[in-house]
Design a protein around this ligand. Structure first.
Ligand SMILES: *Cc1c(COP(=O)(O)O)cnc(C)c1O
Length: 425
């Protein structure tokens, strides 16, 4: 057999019929704990000398299928499923950062990530420096000796802006630090950041991986390629660990070190474990990822075309449009596709934006993306309201901005709903 392709891996990777029951679909292993074979087995598990299940905060067989599936689709060495996209970010940084450390983050991020980085991470004394990703050299100029990572989104929320992953990866690697890419909006169907030099890929699995708006979850994927022992920047990975009898993660686990440290330290001590029920829902969602992403992209392109020619619309930001400023980067990183999420400017600004979200019928007015259903939000009055106006504009979420996440309904119905709502706003 030739190497299986994406669609095949999305259905099969990581899963096999259940060895004890023959169940074809991965069962929900709804258990908190696992019985040890004997006292020696228990000791080996606790010492990380053997792989196996202890407690579902750390590992669970249903979650393990999800982990292997996403690691495979992203081309990573290992993955860790956690309770949410934000938990994935917290745990990844917990492994990389010491108090007083810094990291560079794109200004073009999900609003909640900007808040997490600029507010809550400060309490750990992890300090984010925000950088406009339009010119990759901005990252080079912002680097400091205390920087431990660069964080970007591949397709950036909310504007569908495409970030130059390869150029920024090169800058990170010259500085001896990893590039972390939040690949939530693109999904591995449109973009596999590891192929472009990313070291760590994160997902809010709540969005396109799960795809149906029914489960919150997050994933950390490690490429396995970064050399954590090349400098003294990452003591959690390169230095003896007191909670495992002085074991060094990178020396012991090689390309699996980051993933194991995220699990054995971050998930162990911070605790945001994914429920196996949610893992089951997300695994099921991933089986149709390719079909859904194709439909999302086709519909979104039709909607973007329609909006561009609408009298109530002043601009459209969607990298799938041929004349979009980011289309050439999209051709490089996503095969020219723009994904499901776009923003546009409504004539009439903040007040017209609020009217628009109140006048839609088919669209749901809510704070999510990546659902089969079409979704709409006015970021300045919702997801980005914690930011000041300058930060809102920097994040592509100014007062006139409407964000759409285009679903997989019929495009004519989606467009008709937008048209009637625009005409009333
Ligand atoms: C939603 C989202 C997150 C946060 O994920 P949760 O699952 O809501 O915690 C992070 N990044 C992006 C791009 C998102 O869209």
């Amino acid at each position: 057999m030739t190497d299986p392709k994406f669609e095949t891996l999305a259905v099969h990777a990581g899963a096999a019929p259940d060895p004890t029951t023959g169940a074809r679909v991965t069962p929900i292993y709804q258990t908190a704990s696992y019985v040890f074979d004997d006292a020696d087995h228990a000791a080996e598990l606790f010492n990380l000398q053997a792989f196996g299940n202890i407690y579902s905060r750390l590992t669970n067989p249903t979650n393990a299928v999800l982990e292997e599936r996403v690691a495979t689709l992203e081309g990573g060495a290992t993955a860790l499923a956690v309770a949410s996209g934000h938990a994935a970010q917290m745990i990844a940084f917990h492994t990389l950062m010491e108090p007083g450390d810094e990291f560079l983050a794109s200004t073009r991020l999900y609003g909640g990530s900007i808040t997490q980085f600029s507010q809550s991470f400060k309490k750990f004394n992890w300090n984010a420096i925000f950088v406009d990703p339009a010119d990759p050299n901005n990252f080079k100029e912002a680097l400091t000796p205390k920087c431990k990572a660069i964080f970007i989104e591949s397709l950036a929320n909310p504007g569908g802006v495409v970030t130059d992953i390869a150029a920024i990866a090169e800058i990170a690697h010259e500085a001896g630090i990893p590039l972390i890419v939040d690949n939530t909006l693109a999904s591995p169907y449109l973009c596999r950041p590891i192929e472009w030099g990313a070291d760590i890929v994160l997902h809010s699995a709540t969005k396109f991986l799960g795809g149906h708006g029914n489960s919150v979850g997050g994933i950390i994927v490690d490429s396995g390629k970064f050399d954590w022992s090349a400098s003294d920047k990452f003591p959690t990975l390169s230095e003896p660990n007191p909670s495992y009898h002085g074991m060094k993660f990178h020396e012991t686990f090689g390309e699996l070190a980051f993933g194991i440290a995220c699990r054995a330290l971050g998930l162990r001590d911070l605790g945001p474990a994914l429920s196996p029920f949610n893992a089951f829902m997300i695994i099921t969602g991933i089986e149709t990822l390719a079909l859904r992403m194709k439909a999302h992209c086709e519909n979104a392109l039709k909607v973007a075309d329609f909006l561009q020619n609408h009298e109530k619309v002043s601009w459209v930001s969607y990298a799938g449009l041929k004349d979009d400023a980011y289309h050439s980067l999209a051709q490089k990183y996503t095969g020219g596709a723009g994904g499901a999420v776009m923003t546009f400017g409504i004539k009439g600004g903040y007040d017209a934006g609020i009217k628009m979200v109140e006048n839609v019928n088919l669209f749901s007015h809510l704070a999510n993306i990546g659902d089969t259903r079409s979704l709409i939000i006015h970021p300045a009055s919702t997801t980005h309201r914690q930011l000041n106006e300058e930060q809102q504009i920097a994040a592509g979420a100014g007062p006139d901005v409407i964000r759409l996440s285009i679903g997989i309904e019929n495009a004519d119905d989606i467009i008709a709903d937008l048209d009637q709502a625009l005409m009333q706003s």
